[in-house]
Design a protein around this ligand. Structure first.
Ligand SMILES: *Cc1c(COP(=O)(O)O)cnc(C)c1O
Length: 377
């Protein structure tokens, strides 16, 4: 556990995230089936999308996953220190070349200068390092330009200490119904990988399929798939594909107040009770990742029923209008995300309410929550 997380759990604030490890196993099975048992590079960046990278990686490793991907070396270090021995691919970090050797990590190389640094460090240590090259096929973020990739790859592959093992790229819009841009990226990637493997005289492990591509672009699966979102049980499409969300966010009622008709609630008096009302105060606010944009614009579950957020979300608390339920008491369970009884609030629903995507819901709420790992909800 990091210091920060330790501090947070002592303060005991914010929601409790229940993370269902049986759902993780279920989702991995689905990924393996769809990808016809290709190796899975499990993306566990950003603390496994707010689910806790150590526990998630440990469990995936137990289920036979042998490759992980993180964004920065610091995240990989945490995994190594908790005993994860599988391959860890670091997607973005170019800062500390030494860490890659210290922790035995696989860098994604995006330019020749960095590749040179890896070669120099490898020679210094009389070691070699496996690297994956990234080509920018249209994401416009990081990677070699397509027209420079083949020659750069062949050159770098010849440098001392470098074992050019993989080639990767990333889709910009594989989740859109219009497949034309994704197809363009895929064609470009294929051209480049065949030219490289031709030049090397051996295959190069090629991977480009994020969650959306796993579900919708069969030709993109290649030598390995690289999903994040799917493992956490969320589909980037409307269709659910039988995935099971891992995360349930719960809290309990901090206090209830009976207010007369016409009473304003919270900052700015944006909510005024229409009738005599019972308002429940919930110990979760925007400091816990529950966006202020949910003010008068979201619901939570109490006794398996939906209740609206009343007034502005505050830093540490939020108010719910529980009048319709009747008799709600202090201490009762409140579900912010997930199922309660027959009702469910999904990450997609929360995301749609505030104009974002489920990824941001998981990282902002789950990333700050206290966590408990369970098997089945
Ligand atoms: C985050 C990320 C992924 C995983 O994306 P999902 O949509 O969660 O499957 C794959 N590859 C790269 C390079 C990423 O940054």
């Amino acid at each position: 556990m990091t210091k920060e997380a330790g501090k947070r759990s002592r303060v005991n604030r914010g929601p409790l995230a229940e993370i269902d490890l049986s759902a993780l196993q279920h989702n991995l099975k689905i990924v393996r089936k769809i990808s016809e048992e290709r190796p899975v590079i499990a993306v566990v960046k950003a603390d496994a999308y707010g689910h806790g990278s150590v526990e998630i990686a440990r469990n995936l490793a137990r289920l036979g996953v042998s490759h992980f991907a993180v964004a920065y070396t610091g995240e990989a270090k945490v995994l190594r220190e908790s005993g994860i021995t599988a391959d860890i691919i670091v997607l973005f970090d170019r800062s500390d070349v030494e860490d890659y050797f210290t922790y035995g990590l696989v860098p994604v190389v995006q330019d020749k200068e960095t590749a040179r640094k890896f070669s120099v460090e490898a020679v210094k240590r009389s070691k070699s390092i496996r690297v994956h090259l990234k080509v920018d096929t249209g994401m416009g973020r990081l990677g070699f330009r397509p027209e420079q990739t083949v020659s750069a790859a062949l050159e770098i592959a010849g440098w001392e200490g470098i074992k050019l093992e993989g080639l990767m790229s990333h889709f910009s819009e594989a989740d859109l119904a219009d497949r034309s841009y994704a197809s363009h990226q895929l064609n470009l990637f294929n051209e480049i990988r065949f030219a490289i493997s031709g030049g090397l005289g051996r295959p190069i492990i090629s991977h480009i399929a994020n969650s959306a591509a796993v579900l919708s672009l069969k030709d993109a699966m290649m030598d390995a798939v690289r999903p994040g979102l799917l493992l956490y049980g969320i589909s980037p499409f409307r269709e659910g594909f039988g995935l099971m969300p891992l995360m349930t966010l719960k809290t309990s009622v901090l206090a209830v107040r009976d207010l007369c008709a016409g009473t304003p609630v919270s900052y700015g008096r944006t909510f005024i009770t229409k009738c005599d009302s019972r308002i429940a105060v919930i110990p979760v606010g925007y400091a816990d990742g529950y966006s202020r944009l949910y003010s008068n614009n979201s619901e939570m579950l109490v006794r398996g029923r939906r209740v609206p957020v009343a007034g502005r979300v505050c830093m540490d608390v939020t108010m719910l209008d529980v009048t319709s339920i009747g008799g709600v008491c202090e201490g009762e369970e409140v579900v912010i995300l997930g199922k309660q009884g027959n009702e469910q609030i999904t990450a997609a629903e929360l995301a749609a309410r505030i104009g974002t995507i489920p990824y941001e819901i998981l990282t902002s709420l789950g990333g700050r929550a206290r966590r408990e790992y369970v098997n089945g909800h």
